[in-house]
Design a protein around this ligand. Structure first.
Ligand code: ATP
Length: 348
């Protein structure tokens, strides 16, 4: 079993707490992303799991065994880091074969595994080259192939696709997902790219300021963000947050009355996904002033305001709304997230 338990891990650099107290369990064969903005502590956490950084407190267990006392190479994991250098004095073939040679695999198995990994990463044609004759993206693919070639039980990756152009990145993402799923590899994947995390992960741990704010499936964190930070970080456009008055336990949205949570005070934040609306007339719908209408081909993106607060909504491409229009919106009440204006936490 290669489950990973991160148990109340803390890390300070001097007086600065990079990780406050992080607990997270990654199940055997699961793909979990650590997602968050720059500086939130995701790389630090990954480096602690890998053994490249020491924790200030807490424990990390792999397969129910504490690994904090073990050197990186004894932890039974493979790693791909953003700038994880490939060996410049070895050909691509030898780079990819490296881990297998360390394991003293026989030549036939090495050849088979190198060819398989190279095929997946589309680097077959570079096997005889040296890394200085490759582009940054090609080198990055060599690093990923080298990690996959040993068929590790646990794989740690830190922004492994960051040097690829958008199209190749999308292709690699799909390939990675297929490969790791079929191999049953337990994977922790660090990224600040929410689309990548959404597409790849079984679950996402959203990090912010040295803590995990929420852990859940991509659909769960998207539809039910635990905090304002999560709703604003995930989704493109991000979730809209509109502060609205609560009267007799209800919030008006055009002619519709929405039931606010019982714990609500006099004001509440209505969290609304941009696509959870339909065009309705006025005064039936909730009034939105459209500042800019952008036809995106697949949909129509509207930027403007509701109750004088900035919002972005998405309508079907077939709707005809122009910049400067005032429109009415019907809200999909099942898709509303209510949040506390004070704490920024969502109501259950
Ligand atoms: P990025 O996406 O930019 O890599 P991150 O979420 O991975 O960000 P970390 O690299 O884990 O962030 O860093 C977390 C915080 O700890 C940052 O504020 C960083 O400046 C700080 N930090 C990291 N390593 C050290 C160090 N060796 N000494 C001092 N501070 C550090």
């Amino acid at each position: 079993m290669a489950n990973i338990v991160i148990d109340r891990v803390r890390k300070s650099f001097g007086a600065f707490q990079a990780l406050k107290e992080v607990s997270l369990t990654i199940n055997d064969g699961e793909f979990v992303s650590l997602l968050g903005p720059s500086g939130c502590g995701k790389t630090t956490l990954l480096r602690i799991i890998a053994g490249l950084e020491t924790a200030s407190g807490g424990d990390v267990r792999i397969g129910d065994k504490s690994v904090l006392g073990l050197a990186p190479r004894d932890r039974g994991l493979a790693m791909v880091f953003q700038n994880y250098a490939v060996f410049p004095h070895m050909t691509v073939y030898e780079n990819v074969a490296f881990g297998l040679r360390m394991q003293k695999a026989d030549e036939a198995r090495i050849k088979a595994q190198v060819e398989k990994a190279a095929g997946l990463l589309h680097i077959e044609q570079y096997l005889d080259r040296y890394p200085n004759k490759l582009s940054g993206g090609q080198r990055q693919r060599v690093a990923v192939a080298r990690a996959l070639a040993v068929e590790p039980k646990v794989l740690l990756m830190d922004e492994p696709l960051s040097n690829l152009d958008a199209l190749l990145r999308l292709e690699m993402r799909t390939e990675l997902k297929t490969v790791l799923q079929s191999a049953g590899t337990t994977t922790i994947y660090v990224t600040h790219d929410q689309t990548e995390a959404m597409g790849l992960s079984d679950r996402i741990a959203v990090m912010h300021g040295g803590i995990v704010e929420q852990v859940g499936s991509p659909v769960d964190v998207y539809n039910h963000p635990a905090t304002r930070f999560v709703g604003g970080f995930i989704g493109n456009p991000p979730m809209n947050f509109i502060k609205v008055p609560v009267l007799n336990g209800q919030v008006s949205a055009g002619i519709e009355q929405l039931n606010a949570p019982q714990e609500a005070g006099r004001e509440i934040i209505l969290g609304l996904r941009g696509e959870a609306v339909e065009l309705a007339g006025l005064p039936e719908g909730l009034e939105m002033k459209v500042r800019v209408a952008e036809p995106m081909g697949s949909h129509l993106l509207l930027t403007g305001s509701i109750h004088d607060q900035p919002v972005r909504v998405i309508l079907p491409a077939s709707e005809t709304v122009g910049s400067g229009d005032t429109i009415g919106l019907k809200l999909d009440r099942k898709r509303i997230t209510w949040l506390s204006p004070e704490s920024g936490q969502s109501f259950p």
